[in-house]
Design a protein around this ligand. Structure first.
Ligand code: AP5
Length: 257
């Protein structure tokens, strides 16, 4: 089987680790595409939502408050988000780069990102050349359908869809057999609230990135394999990453989707 492998420059040749921020409304496919890209680029996929959900599982006062905020579709206060994120990006696997899914979500967070990515030793002064913002554009009607059919693994957070990506065994995760659950914030009224919040708080970041960074616009309505292919092609030239091996992108994508 041919595999597509991104060959990253050696440490001393690199100007900066790759930083990709994935933007788009709830259900746009940020998690799905981030996971695929993380496999190809061999950098971690950091989902802020998933990190926060794991913090919200405990019965502590903070955990309960966090869970209530997320279940109702509100944004979590910056102090907590930054704390969770800073801890994660200081881990050694982030030295080569990372994919941020769910951050930034406000202009304030975008500015914090530019001021040294939360002061991680790996990213100080480095958000210039190897930074890409990826925007997945999706219509409201698509979003509601995607989120009503989404199921996630209660243990490993793997994501499924009842129609477009069903598990092999109904109700069970393909990876660890755990029960699949519905996310608390995927109820229709909460989804509509999250969408409004996205328009107010997050959409303004797009024009910010059009002016300040490389913004890659992708139509998120297509089948996920096609979207992945389009992103990979664009990333190759934007980040000037050479590829090793043959050109069978499809076989690699199948491993990650
Ligand atoms: P988070 O978990 O980040 O939620 P979100 O941004 O609303 O995004 P989703 O996870 O709902 O969707 P997605 O775009 O990842 O789509 P997915 O790939 O799963 O955040 C949750 C909460 O955490 C927030 O509401 C907030 O409270 C808090 N939070 C997070 N970050 C924060 C921050 N920075 N500041 C403050 N608070 C923060 O796909 C969805 C479904 O569609 C799946 O079932 C999938 O299989 C399917 N699918 C995907 N692509 C396709 C396709 N092309 N065709 C058909 N089906 C598809």
């Amino acid at each position: 089987m041919h595999r597509l492998v991104f060959r990253l420059p050696k440490m001393d040749e690199r100007r900066a680790p790759i930083v990709i921020v994935v933007l788009g409304p709830p259900g746009a496919g940020k998690g799905t595409q981030s996971s695929m890209l993380a496999g190809l680029l061999r950098v971690p996929h950091i989902s802020i939502g998933a990190l926060l959900r794991s913090h919200a599982r405990g019965d502590s006062e903070v955990g309960l408050r966090l869970r209530a905020m997320m279940a109702s579709g509100q944004l979590v206060p910056d102090t907590l988000v930054l704390d969770v994120l800073a801890t994660r990006i200081n881990e050694p696997d982030c030295a080569r780069g990372l994919i941020l899914d769910g951050f930034p979500r406000t202009l304030g967070q975008a500015e914090l990102l530019e001021r040294g990515l939360l002061k991680s030793p790996f990213y100080a002064n480095n958000l210039r050349h190897n930074f890409v913002a990826l925007h997945l554009r999706v219509q409201k009607s698509t979003i509601v359908g995607r989120l009503s059919g989404r199921r996630i693994c209660s243990r490993c957070n793997a994501t499924y869809h009842l129609e477009s990506q069903p598990p092999r065994v109904r109700g069970e995760c393909d990876f660890d057999g755990s029960a699949l659950t519905v996310r608390e914030d995927d109820r229709k009224t909460t989804v509509l609230k999250r969408l409004r919040l996205y328009e107010q708080e997050t959409a303004p970041i797009l024009s910010h990135y059009t002016e300040k960074a490389s913004l890659l616009e992708v139509d998120g309505e297509h089948p996920k394999e096609n979207i992945a292919q389009e992103i990979v092609t664009a990333m190759r030239s934007m980040l000037r990453i050479s590829t090793a091996g043959d050109k069978d992108v499809q076989s690699t994508l199948e491993d990650h989707l």
